[in-house]
Design a protein around this ligand. Structure first.
Ligand code: FNR
Length: 190
């Protein structure tokens, strides 16, 4: 059966560079035969995680939607902007909500055993690389298999074509390859 891969950026910004980046990886996964679902976290606003809120109301509807999407996909493509040398609060908050246990679900149902590729882009010279270090560690600790390959693209404000592709064909290929590799691994696991 066809592997399913969920793609999203850790940004709600409408013109997010990281949304552009993850769509390139998503296209690579599609070209390798996977089924890819792209979601925009702007359309799934979540309250800031609050244990009292959860105890009172359970998972908010958008957190349940996000968690169900993650459960129904075997692969993840995540483009993570860097804020103050780490991942964004938006992305960490989404991970925290989706990591919460629920009755009749195995622990870490949204994460355990998923195959993920992570990437980043930033107007800065490091391309968000420092944030990927933290994201990789977090995902590994919640049992995600994160590919050793990752891509950080510097100078985000200069490197994209109007159609969202990267001007440098080698960068375009390496980002596409992240999606291709996740798809190839999932085909082998299936
Ligand atoms: C940033 N930005 C940033 N960039 C970077 O390379 N390293 C950093 O540590 C930070 N820190 C940071 C903190 C905060 C609070 C903001 C708002 C921004 C700049 C950031 O890379 C830029 O806004 C990107 O455009 C964000 O990614 P998206 O939303 O375009 O995907």
């Amino acid at each position: 059966n066809t592997p399913k891969i969920l793609a999203f950026a850790g940004s709600t910004r409408i013109d997010s560079y990281n949304k552009r980046l993850v769509k390139i990886a998503a296209a690579g996964a599609k070209a390798a035969g996977a089924e890819v679902t792209y979601i925009d976290l702007r359309n799934l606003p979540l309250p800031l995680y609050d244990e009292d809120l959860e105890a009172r109301d359970g998972l908010p509807a958008n957190a349940r939607t996000l968690k169900d999407l993650m459960i129904s996909h075997q692969g993840l493509l995540i483009a993570s902007p860097e804020y103050n040398s780490s991942l964004t609060a938006v992305l960490k908050n989404a991970i925290d909500w989706a990591s919460r246990p629920a009755p009749n679900e195995p622990p870490l149902a949204a994460f355990a055993g998923k195959v993920a590729a992570i990437m980043s882009t930033s107007p800065g010279g490091l391309g968000g690389l420092r944030g990927l270090v933290h994201l990789r560690s977090i995902l590994g600790n919640i049992k995600v298999l994160v590919l050793p390959d990752q891509v950080a693209v510097p100078n985000a404000d200069q490197v994209f074509n109007a159609d969202g592709s990267l001007k440098d064909p080698r960068q375009q290929e390496s980002v596409g390859n992240l999606g291709r590799t996740v798809a190839d691994i999932l085909f082998k696991l299936n």
